[in-house]
Design a protein around this ligand. Structure first.
Ligand SMILES: [Zn+2]
Length: 236
């Protein structure tokens, strides 16, 4: 194989690795802020739950206040009952007392329902708080791990960039220029394996004479269709 071509194959591999590592590093801040956003959403949902329970507690206090007032009214009615003079007044007042007692009973039922609702709400909050602390710790862990990976990734990138520069300096400049132009135009893939008389990148047939030359000579050749530099993979 043409020695420059062998270097370009190595270069393309290095460039692929560089782009993978670079993507990994640049995704870390994005992933970190996605995780933070998820934690914030969970926190907001939890605050809504807490507010709802607080609202239930307020309603309970209001109802309890109303019951207290109704009881005071009831005992006043009962005192007044002693003082009534006529049967008619007595009957009317008894009916008023009955109505007040029924209302108090209804309100107390509502309070009991609210207390049940409150209890299950408070339990749910406790469970959710435990779960949230667990999730928060897991998120912090993941963020810390990702950040800890950065220096090693940067070091690996530095090494690969050094190797890349060394290879670029050792390849014929005109061929290097050509490689760069194709690489820029073809998403970083300037080389294409030629196999079974096909270009493996664009899948277009290679002329038989050209394919024979590729197999037998060290001349650098380009795919007629995608312009990539063709190579025959060596048996390893
Ligand atoms: Zn091609």
């Amino acid at each position: 194989m043409n020695p420059d071509l062998r270097k370009l194959i190595a270069l393309q591999d290095i460039e692929k690795n560089i782009s993978v590592l670079h993507k990994k590093v640049s995704e870390i801040p994005v992933k970190t802020s996605d995780l933070e956003a998820a934690a914030q959403r969970a926190k907001a949902a939890h605050e809504d739950r807490v507010a709802l329970v607080r609202e239930l507690a307020n309603r309970r206090r209001t109802l309890e206040g109303e019951v207290e007032l109704a009881r005071a009214k009831l005992s006043r009615l009962k005192e007044q009952l002693m003082a009534v003079k006529t049967n008619k007044e007595y009957t009317a007042m008894l009916s008023e007392i009955k109505t007040a007692e029924t209302r108090i009973g209804d309100e107390e039922d509502k309070i009991l329902d609210l207390m049940e609702e409150l209890e299950s709400g408070e339990n749910a909050i406790k469970l959710a708080e435990t779960e949230m602390r667990r999730e928060r710790a897991a998120i912090d862990d993941e963020i810390r791990r990702m950040k800890e990976d950065i220096p090693a990734l940067e070091r690996e990138l530095d090494i690969l960039r050094g190797e890349k520069t060394a290879i670029e300096a050792g390849v014929d400049p005109e061929l290097m220029d050509h490689y760069r132009r194709i690489s820029d135009a073809r998403k970083g893939i300037a080389l294409a394996e030629a196999k079974d008389e096909l270009c493996c990148a664009c899948h277009i047939r290679i002329r038989p004479q050209m394919y024979a030359d590729l197999l037998l000579t060290e001349t650098i050749m380009f795919c007629d269709s995608c312009s990539r530099i063709l190579f025959i993979r060596e048996e390893s």
